[in-house]
Ligand binder design. Structure first.
Ligand code: ANZ
Ligand code: ZN
Length: 840
């Protein structure tokens, strides 16, 4: 035996052995029970970071454990390879997005391989390759034929200086990220997927996902946002002047209807458009509403502004009251009816608006026992009791809501409805590096789906990024094609699909990848749904919702049997690290500072003091990133994996520390030395037998519950006990089983140890060790010994020990003898397995 385990030699050797043996290739035809373990696939940004290492190590432990339990495991890896950063690199460095992306994939694939993950590389896929996105185009056409895709005018962020559409992330404080120009909103025809058709089932389906974190289900529920409410119309006082007879509104608070002091419509509402025709001021206001980003957050936080149209509506429950009609910037065109009634006393936006424009503020809800006449200093949006509300007075908010809906329906002026906050999914991106939308626009036929035998529509390689905008728009040989339907000169759609489309079905393609179709249903269903999905909580809403929708859409059109793609979901915590700053506030990297005397820090470049900052998520901007590669070079894959699993529960943040990784590396050597100490010893050690049984049970249960830190802790305990134990057959057996126990976490060390113990095959193929459950029964108890009711000592006895023996042990205790101070016991009470009380 070599006295040190040498990862520099062993890691690569075992990785090569696994690859040769095809150990982790998933066989769809296998008769074993199947399971699918998946981690969210990475964006190929350049290099693997610690977050990836943690995420993939967790998935790997589970995948290896399931294999040892006898499952046929699918554990694949691929690349979410389309998206903006590749185009940014193209603009900044003059490289082609494809070349940049593929080079990054090559680097990152090598980095992942060095960590020894049990991945089925034969199923690797990259979403930027035609053999992936071509099938996506086919699925898009399927959804189009099923009526789940449509085109609609919709607003985008427009940068007037760069003359280009900006993604929401490219709008920073209302300005274009490159030009700094104030962003405008522009209307463009864009493609939408009808996710709203699925709003109700997407909410209801959450109820079946009992292996998802509650917080993720709640976030999805809030995002879909089901509101029960009332849709009703206000009659216009002067229909001729307005050019229409009524304004429809949606409200979730019909109980506040007597507190209405105005009606507001969005800038895109027909009323607003009509008023603008005859009024320059209105036109100007509507134009101003176009500036600023299109995100809900920006609209929400922007200053509330409005324009009084001069029109009035009649209050449906009090015809003597008239309400003014305003155009307001906080009313969204595509929610509800694009119009609302404002109740300043009970809604924050309405309050801000009414205060600014001096509109009446009327309290119509009070808390139980509140004062109806108290002035309104701030809006109160909670439920309570109706006041100043005619026939509703005294009703609770819930009762009042029901009552108004009842009257509206009886009177024929409104209906109770359910409204969802979820919008249809706009998938058009005016970008090059994405899946081309398989449609041709013909002047005569309109948009025509590309015939399937012409798929894939491949992105042209010869594009340049020296001018802003989408290069597909100015690529005549790619763009100009005959209409597939009538043959007339036509144009390809130059928008590409949102990258969230790419990640909405990659797990299905992992499960089955025939050449001629997106997937084979029967084969895919062998593996799906994903038994355990692991990834960052930042994807809790969009990615998971889109993937759920896409699966349901495929289910609806009969392409797949399941409705939910991910049975179990786990969201892991982040990897964090200390930050450092110079005295003048510059972020400093760990290699730019040194520890000084007495806990102080010095900036190496200047020799001046530096400050230890907060512990934060590793990020380039804060310069606290630790690159995994040199760490793997130095300590080996197993130490890195071990560290990633220890110290912190997997759902919590894990702080990177040099001391911990060194501890993990030392532990690897401790296990190696134990393995080297195995001999042909005789004799059993019951304590070790029991300890081993307990450890096997605990490690298995911990991995099963993804409590990896607990699995590690259990292994530590066993190793500590084995180091102290005397040589015996029990000890040798325990060390042999320990090798299998650590193999999901530290697979290279385990293989090397397995070989050292004389096995021919791979420990990765070995079965998970079993144990005798009888050994788990705890047969000792520690009980209290009292003298005259006072606790004097505790003794450990065999469970069920007979009374006389317990009494004798108790009376023999030194502490008891001292407490009795020579007195004879008058009576001894023994409560079996609980306590002894001696009455002196
Ligand atoms: C009157 C009212 C009184 C409202 C009150 C709220 C509080 P959720 O719950 O998110 O569904 N609203 C309706 N259409 C809108 C639009 N197009 N743009 C912006 N806001 C709109 O929101 C429903 C509430 O948002 C509705 O209930 C309406 O204001 C407003 F004390 O009506 B409410
Ligand atoms: Zn045509």
């Amino acid at each position: 035996m070599i006295d040190r385990f040498d990862p520099a030699a062993a890691d690569a050797r075992w990785q090569a052995r696994w690859a040769e043996a095809g150990s982790f290739t998933a066989d769809s035809a296998s008769s074993k029970p199947k399971t699918f373990v998946l981690e969210m696939f990475p964006y190929p940004s350049g290099r693997i970071h610690m977050g990836h290492v943690r995420n993939y190590t967790m998935g790997d432990v589970l995948a290896r454990f399931r294999r040892m339990q006898g499952f046929e495991v699918l554990h694949p890896m691929g690349w979410d390879a389309f998206g903006m950063p590749a185009e940014n690199a193209a603009m900044e460095k003059g490289v082609h997005p494809g070349g940049w992306t593929r080079a990054n994939i090559a680097t990152m694939r090598d980095q992942l391989k060095r960590l020894g993950f049990a991945l089925d590389w034969s199923r690797e896929l990259a979403t930027c390759e035609p053999d992936y996105y071509g099938h996506e185009q086919a699925l898009f056409l399927d959804l189009m034929e099923a009526g789940l895709v449509y085109r609609k005018e919709s607003e985008v962020n427009w940068d007037p200086v760069d003359a280009t559409v900006l993604a929401n992330e490219q709008v920073i404080d209302g300005r274009g990220w490159r030009s700094g120009a104030l962003v405008e909103r522009r209307k463009l025809n864009q493609w939408f997927l009808k996710i709203t058709d699925f709003a109700e089932e997407l909410i209801d389906g959450l109820g079946t996902l009992d292996q998802w974190p509650d917080k993720v289900r709640l976030m999805q529920e809030n995002w879909i946002g089901r509101s029960q409410g009332l849709k009703f119309s206000f009659a216009l006082a002067d229909p001729a002047a307005a050019g229409m007879s009524q304004i429809d509104v949606f409200t979730t608070r019909p109980d506040t209807i007597f507190g209405a002091s105005f009606v507001a419509v969005s800038a895109g509402h027909p009323i607003a458009q009509g008023v603008a025709l005859g009024h320059g001021g209105a036109r100007k206001f509507i134009d101003e509403c176009r500036t600023g980003g299109t995100t809900a957050a920006e609209i929400e936080t922007a200053e509330k502004r409005g324009f009084d149209t001069g029109l009035e509506v009649i209050h449906p429950l009090d015809p003597t009251r008239r309400l003014p009609v305003w155009i307001a910037n906080f009313v969204l065109m595509d929610y509800g009816t694009g119009a609302l009634f404002g109740v300043p006393a009970h809604d924050a936006r309405d309050f801000e608006f009414a205060t600014k424009y001096d509109l009446p503020i009327r309290r119509v809800v009070i808390p139980q026992g509140g004062d109806p006449e108290a002035s309104v200093d701030e809006p109160e949006s909670g439920y309570g009791v109706a006041v100043h509300s005619d026939f509703l007075d005294g009703l609770s908010s819930e009762e009042a809501i029901d009552e108004v809906i009842r009257r509206a329906e009886a009177g024929g002026w409104g209906t109770g409805t359910i409204q969802y906050r979820l919008r249809d999914w706009g998938v058009s991106r005016q970008r090059y590096w994405g899946t081309p939308i398989p449609v041709v626009h013909c002047a005569g036929c309109g948009p025509v789906g590309v015939p399937r035998d012409q798929l894939p529509i491949i992105l042209p390689e010869d594009v340049s990024f020296d001018v802003p905008g989408n290069p597909l728009d100015r690529h005549p040989t790619w763009r100009d094609v005959p209409c597939p339907s009538c043959g007339a000169a036509a144009r390809r759609e130059t928008d590409t699909l949102d990258t969230f489309v790419n990640s909405s079905w990659y797990f299905i393609r992992f499960a089955s990848q025939p050449k001629d179709q997106p997937f084979d249903r029967a084969e895919a269903e062998q593996w799906l749904p994903v038994a355990q999905y692991i990834g960052g909580v930042e994807h809790a809403i969009l990615h998971l919702l889109y993937a759920r929708f896409w699966t349901r859409a495929l289910n609806r059109i009969g392409k797949i049997g399941m409705t939910e793609p991910f049975k179990g979901l786990f969201t892991q915590g982040m990897v964090t690290h200390e930050t450092y700053k110079s005295l003048d506030g510059r972020w400093l990297g760990p290699d730019e500072v040194a520890d000084g005397a007495g806990g102080t820090m010095t900036e190496l470049a200047t020799g001046t003091a530096a400050i230890r900052g907060r512990i934060e998520k590793m990020s380039k901007s804060k310069k606290n990133v630790v690159d995994p590669e040199p760490i793997v070079d130095r300590y080996g894959a197993d130490a890195v994996r071990w560290f990633m699993l220890s110290d912190s529960p997997p759902e919590r943040d894990l702080e990177w520390s040099e001391a911990s990784i060194e501890g993990a590396a030392r532990f690897v050597q401790r296990v190696w030395r134990l393995v080297g100490s195995v001999g042909t010893n005789e004799g059993s050690d019951p304590a070790i037998d029991k300890r081993l049984a307990r450890t096997i049970s605990a490690v298995g249960a911990a991995i099963d519950g993804l409590a990896f830190n607990k699995a590690i802790a259990a292994v530590y305990e066993l190793v500590g006990a084995l180091e102290k134990a005397k040589p015996s057959a029990s000890r040798d057996d325990a060390i042999a089983k320990l090798v299998r126990l650590i193999s999901p976490m530290a697979p290279h060390l385990a293989e090397e140890s397995w070989a050292l113990l004389g096995h021919g095959g791979l420990v990765s193929d070995a079965a998970w060790p079993t144990f005798n459950p009888a050994l788990l029964v705890d047969d000792e108890v520690t009980i209290a010994v009292q003298v005259n009711g006072k606790l004097r000592d505790t003794i450990t006895i065999a469970r069920g020990m007979d009374r006389d023996a317990v009494e004798a042990l108790a009376l023999a205790s030194d502490k008891v003898i001292r407490a009795m101070d020579g007195a004879a016991p008058r009576k001894v009470i023994v409560v079996p397995d609980r306590l002894v009380n001696i009455v002196a």
